[in-house]
Design a protein around this ligand. Structure first.
Ligand SMILES: Cc1cc2nc3c(=O)[nH]c(=O)nc-3n(C[C@H](O)[C@H](O)[C@H](O)COP(=O)(O)OP(=O)(O)OC[C@H]3O[C@@H](n4cnc5c(N)ncnc54)[C@H](O)[C@@H]3O)c2cc1C
Length: 444
């Protein structure tokens, strides 16, 4: 086996182990949930002889699980970079955030159905329970049911409106916990203190995310050095650090940025870093698709101050085997631009690269891609205009790759429906699920 192939074999095994690592975060969360039930079973509350003891006991176990799950969600919203390898990237962390939040939300209803409800001699704890319940319902339902008009009013039907509403969730988490301390609860010293640990993690996470992040260097100051418009709906922004640059460790990562001095641009949005890690400016390429990105296209000026948070993400072709397929749809080209601009020496992987857009003028940086492909014989770049060449299909990609793709790794970024449809077809074509990697341009 020549040295190149043995080097790739070692890298491949190293990343297989890394794959397991990506699952560790979710495994730890599941273990902690099971442990919470075990703690309540091994250290049960004292039976004080009350008539509805069992229902109260079950209700308190469910309440405790609620606190544990919500503390996971609040912890993940702090965007802990050190935890990314254990979830497979921030976009995957947001998926866990979404599932722990939804599970907590549904469990809240089960808790409500199980606990004995009293309507007389109401205590502070009962009022806090109502506040917590109604608050969480008002915040979560617009997320789960964006099509319920009156709920959408709460968010002006915008993502930003939803994000702003979301920021109050911590207050109702605290109200929920205080409710537990102000009702006629069972005495369960160990189980309640176990739950308290998660309550504290949740509150500290919430305060950090909403109030303290800035003080802990979460944001780095940058200035807009240059702006280009590669076509009539895309903006390329070059950002130069004013102080210590963010850690941009590998090509394919993304950042959060907000621009100061313009109210419409002073909100944090995620964009992939399209430049290579060795460049001394960060370049992001932005498609105008909503209120923030359209306003940016028309109004962002050089010299504007910006606050950047990052870099995040584990989308990295170097984690895969030697034979690869890259698929970029529309603005999903940005992580691949970073991969290509990062090529210092010849590309060591064999890559069939497909970049598909509807019309030719949407293909930003096509000449640059073709130029890089000319210099890298192992990179086969196919730039497709579906209005001319027809839609790109997985069958065609598999045929071009020689038919047997069972050993290939696939990297995709683009509109979610396209990525999910291609993923299904690639699996049918024999590519193992773990060999398919994609970056979601949507956390919600
Ligand atoms: C990891 C990642 C990398 C991305 N990289 C790029 C890129 O390189 N180039 C590019 O053009 N776009 C990229 N996007 C998408 C970009 O963030 C959205 O298009 C942009 O935020 C839209 O904002 P808007 O107000 O113009 O549109 P809106 O109409 O408000 O939002 C359109 C959609 O964008 C998403 N979105 C909006 N605001 C936010 C936000 N603050 N945080 C997270 N998602 C939001 C929501 O899914 C929303 O449904 C990326 C998204 C993610 C998650």
């Amino acid at each position: 086996m020549d040295s190149d192939a043995s080097m790739h074999r070692c890298l491949f095994i190293f990343y297989k182990v890394a794959d397991m690592k990506h699952k560790l975060g979710n495994i730890v969360f599941i273990v902690l949930v099971i442990l919470t039930v075990v703690v309540w079973l091994v250290f049960p509350p004292i039976n004080d002889g009350r008539e509805d003891f069992l229902r109260t006991y079950a209700g308190e176990v469910l309440g405790s699980l609620l606190v544990v799950l919500m503390s996971f969600s609040l912890f993940l919203s702090t965007r802990p970079k050190w935890a990314e390898p254990y979830f497979g990237g921030l976009d995957k962390m947001y998926m866990t955030h979404r599932s722990t939040s939804t599970s907590a939300f549904l469990l809240m209803f089960v808790h409500l159905l199980v606990v004995p409800i009293t309507t007389v001699n109401l205590r502070l704890g009962n009022y806090l329970a109502m506040i917590a319940f109604l608050g969480i319902v008002a915040i979560v339902l617009p997320t789960l049911a964006p099509r319920i008009p009156f709920l959408n009013k709460l968010t002006n039907s915008t993502y930003e409106g939803w994000k702003k509403l979301h920021r109050y969730i911590g207050i109702f988490f605290i109200a929920g916990y205080l409710h537990a301390l102000n009702i006629d609860a069972l005495s369960a010293f160990i189980a309640i203190n176990w739950t308290q640990i998660f309550f504290i993690i949740g509150v500290v996470s919430y305060v950090y995310t909403e109030f303290l992040g800035g003080f802990f260097g979460k944001h780095s100051p940058y200035v807009v050095e240059a702006i280009k418009h590669p076509n009539n709906s895309t903006t390329e922004v070059a950002l130069r650090p004013k102080g210590k640059p963010i850690q941009h460790t590998h090509a394919g990562q993304f950042l959060f940025v907000k621009f100061l001095g313009d109210k419409s641009l002073n909100e944090s949005h995620p964009f992939t870093i399209a430049s290579a890690p060795h460049e001394d400016v960060l370049r992001i390429t932005i498609k105008a698709c909503g209120d923030f990105t359209r306003h940016l296209f028309q109004n962002l000026k050089s010299g504007t101050e910006a606050l950047v948070e990052g870099a995040y993400g584990m989308f990295n072709y170097k984690t895969g085997g030697q034979k690869q397929i890259w698929v970029a749809g529309g603005i999903g080209i940005t992580p691949f631009l970073s991969f290509l601009r990062d090529l210092k020496a010849d590309l060591s992987h064999h890559v069939d690269f497909y970049y598909t857009v509807r019309h030719e003028d949407e293909a930003v940086f096509a000449d640059e891609i073709r130029e890089i492909a000319k210099q890298n014989p192992k990179l086969k770049a196919n730039i497709r205009f579906s209005s001319v060449h027809g839609s790109l299909t997985v069958d065609e990609i598999v045929k071009n790759a020689g038919g047997d793709v069972s050993g290939h790794h696939v990297y995709m970024c683009g509109p979610l429906p396209m990525v999910q449809a291609f993923e299904k077809k690639f699996v049918e074509a024999g590519i193992p699920q773990d060999n398919i990697h994609y970056e979601e341009f949507n956390f919600r």
